[in-house]
Design a protein around this ligand. Structure first.
Ligand SMILES: Cc1cc2nc3c(=O)[nH]c(=O)nc-3n(C[C@H](O)[C@H](O)[C@H](O)COP(=O)(O)O)c2cc1C
Length: 163
């Protein structure tokens, strides 16, 4: 629960690479993620090359992304799971995001980008979809907690047992 309670998006990183062991943990988090019918209609590209990061950053119009030591790019195959490819990819990346915090990394989900530019930069085939990118690294900022919707606003409890 501690990670869930304290996690904030981080957009500033130390200028140091993500370690091999950390990359392996992120990969395992993704590999073990649930997906509809266990179809796993996705692939993930791990990018630390500075030129590629710059291109992705430009595609997002978000200069700070260039400085993220590691990008994890979700690539979904709509044909493999037409109803669930987006959801599955997001679940896998969310697992990786939470594991990142558990292993001393932090970052942000990037959803605003020109998909065609990202595909061109990373040689992703046209028939694939890029729903989200994770920008990760060793954090160099500690954002304060922010206000969330109240429990009353968020939940409708239809719970009768154990009250
Ligand atoms: C689907 C999605 C897309 C997002 N896209 C971006 C983005 O392009 N750039 C960015 O800086 N943050 C992006 N974020 C991060 C949100 O702004 C952030 O999660 C939200 O403001 C709540 O803050 P917190 O993550 O610190 O709790 C995105 C988050 C989600 C879930």
């Amino acid at each position: 629960m501690e990670i869930i309670r304290s996690r904030r998006s981080v957009r500033k990183w130390k200028n140091q690479p993500v370690e091999k062991k950390q990359i392996e943990s992120l990969m395992e988090a993704i590999q073990k993620a649930p997906s509809a019918v266990n179809w796993q209609p996705y692939r993930f590209i791990f990018v630390d090359d500075s030129e590629k990061r710059k291109l992705v950053s430009q595609a997002a119009g978000q200069p700070n992304v260039t400085k993220a030591p590691l990008l994890v790019v979700g690539v979904a195959n709509p044909k493999r799971a037409p109803r669930w490819y987006l959801v599955d990819t997001v679940i896998a990346l969310t697992q990786a995001l939470l594991v990142a915090y558990d292993i001393g990394l932090a970052g942000v989900i990037i959803g605003a980008f020109d998909e065609n530019k990202v595909k061109a930069a990373l040689d992703i085939p046209e028939d694939q979809v890029v729903p989200l990118i994770l920008a990760l690294g060793v954090p160099d900022e500690k954002p304060r907690p922010i206000v969330r919707k109240s429990m009353e606003e968020l939940f409708r409890l239809m719970i009768t047992a154990n009250q």
